[in-house]
Write a protein that binds this ligand. Structure first.
Ligand code: ATP
Length: 516
């Protein structure tokens, strides 16, 4: 008579024979063993038999290229993310067969998109879990296009869906933000008109005191990281900077550098062109989040703006002031109820002429002084424009810069006049010698560049190549398991002089348009 153990073995024998995959057989064998071994047998026995525990079953998520008629944003995010994994992969693994430059992307190496070929896989390690990406050329379920398949151990299902995919999406959003070209808006007839912000100024190309530069960068970083603080307190998530200094010291360039650093759009508000408070309110409401509201030459801005709001029943005064303090109250009120991550920047050449309401303690969060060119800043200009770190003229220039006031813009103009570094430095030294001797050149000063143009031939120092974010290993065997199709549609989607002689005037002024 057959024993219970023999009967159990017979029952499972046929099933094992029918199993087509090694894994299927392994699963059945595990169940078989569980059936014949006495209860309470330690899991070590299973391990010794090389059988996977139930949690090790592979799960998979399929991410198709299209979600109906629309591109699937998750697919786009994964494609960009996988490209970064491939770029960071150690030499020799995995074989990369495709490299492309997305439409509209610049020609920089960081813009090239890498894609794995069919039959290869890339394994990402996230919080200790291994997640494998594969690319299939046909959509899942008969759909067209490509599809990514993400597979992982069953025990990591919650991690993969609840943390890893949101992380991939967040990385994609951050990459998109970094690539995004900021816009420069200016107000005309009560509406914002935009152009691409082409000003190439960055914190690396701006010659300024190193400690000040770091201070500004730290301040911006702190501001961006304070979301919870602003949400908790209910205060408007904004930061106000008052940038002051003589003409041509880089105030506007600093705003461009902030914009390029944060990828924030700049709204260059010409207060003189605002016809009424209602219009101002509308302009402020129409500003997007993650933006900079810039009011240049604010010492001249608190002038009257003609009101056109008068009507028979409500005769308004002929000239209704759009004052800075009115603007600030409006900003406080509107920005605390809508939008976030906004920066307000005022620039001025004349601190002494400012509306007292503006310089009252606590009004603007931070004052930044952009001063005349010191030798440190000059050396930065020479390095940026000509790659020169040392030169026989440096000692003379250092001594002259201690004696005369000269704006970085004036020196930048001399340094940009020629590609020959020796000749450029000689021209800059001549400007300083002449200024010390009281000789003013004809048409002296600098020509103001518009924000959307910026320095034409700046040569930024090469940026360090970022280290790979995480370890990526070679292709691995993937065991088949459950599949989930995931898609989020777009709709669901989530003048100058000797030192101390006072501030000189410059030629054209204004940012983004020719003003005054
Ligand atoms: N600190 C600087 N570092 C590098 N380049 C500078 C600097 N300051 C000025 N420049 C050069 O001079 C040009 C004019 O500078 P910018 O418009 O930023 O000065 P500003 O202080 O805003 O002048 P203004 O008060 O006349 O508006 C810039 O486009 C840039 O090429």
């Amino acid at each position: 008579m057959a024993s219970p153990t023999n009967r159990a073995l017979e029952r499972y024998k046929s099933a094992i024979t029918a199993a087509t995959s090694v894994v299927g057989a392994a699963m059945l064998l595990r169940r078989l063993v569980a059936g014949v071994l006495p209860a309470g047998t330690p899991p070590l026995v299973g391990a010794l038999l090389l059988l996977p525990p139930p949690s090790a079953r592979r799960h998979a998520v399929v991410i198709e290229e299209f979600d109906g008629a629309f591109y699937n944003r998750v697919f786009l995010a994964v494609r960009a993310y996988v490209s970064t994994l491939l770029a960071a992969a150690p030499t020799g693994a995995p074989p990369v067969v495709k490299a492309s430059l997305p439409r509209g992307a610049g020609a920089g190496a960081e813009q090239i998109r890498l894609a794995m070929g069919p039959g290869t896989a890339v394994v990402d390690v996230f919080r200790g879990a291994e997640l494998t990406w594969r690319l299939r050329s046909h959509g899942h379920g008969g759909g067209a296009g490509e599809a990514f398949r993400l597979s992982f151990d069953g025990q990591h299902r919650d991690l993969a869906l609840g943390a890893y995919l949101p992380f991939v999406m967040a990385r994609f959003e951050a990459m998109a933000r970094d690539r995004r070209q900021a816009k420069l808006y200016s107000n005309e007839w009560g509406k914002w008109r935009s152009v691409r912000l082409r000003n190439a100024s960055t914190f690396a190309t701006l010659a300024m005191d190193a400690a000040l530069r770091q201070d500004v960068l730290d301040d911006l970083g702190r501001f961006l990281g304070q979301k919870e603080y602003y949400e908790r307190t209910g205060w408007a998530w904004k930061r106000g900077y008052l940038i002051h200094g003589p003409p041509g010291t880089g105030k506007s360039s600093l705003v461009a550098a902030m914009s390029n650093h944060l990828h924030f759009d700049v709204y260059d508000l010409d207060l003189g062109a605002v016809r009424s408070n209602t219009e101002l309110r509308k302009l402020l409401i129409r500003m997007k989040s993650r933006s900079i509201l810039l009011i240049e030459d604010v010492d001249c801005a608190s002038v009257t703006a003609q009101s056109r709001e008068a009507d028979a029943s409500n005769p308004a005064p002929k000239h209704q002031k759009v004052t800075l303090s009115g603007l600030l109250s409006m900003v406080d009120g509107l920005w605390s109820s809508s939008g976030h991550e906004r920066i307000l920047v005022f620039t001025t050449n004349h601190m002494d002429r400012l509306d007292p309401a503006l310089i009252r303690p606590g009004r603007m969060d931070k004052r930044i002084h952009m001063g005349y060119c010191g030798f440190g800043a000059f050396k930065e200009l020479a390095a940026i424009y000509h790659g020169v770190d040392a030169h026989r003229l440096f000692p003379e220039i250092e001594a002259l810069l201690r004696e005369v006031d000269v704006a970085p813009a004036e020196l930048a103009e001399k340094l940009l006049a020629t590609d020959d570094a020796d000749a450029a430095l000689e021209t800059a030294a001549k400007l300083l010698r002449d200024r010390e001797a009281g000789i003013e050149e004809d048409g002296g000063g600098y020509v103001k560049q518009k924000l959307h143009v910026g320095p034409t031939r700046a040569r930024p120092r090469p940026r360090p190549v970022p280290a790979p974010a995480r370890g990526v290993s070679a292709a691995r065997q993937v065991v088949f398991g459950e599949e989930i199709v995931l898609g989020i549609s777009r709709r669901q989607g989530h003048g100058s002089g000797r030192r101390g002689a006072g501030q000189g005037g410059s030629g054209m002024r204004g940012l983004g348009r020719g003003r005054r």
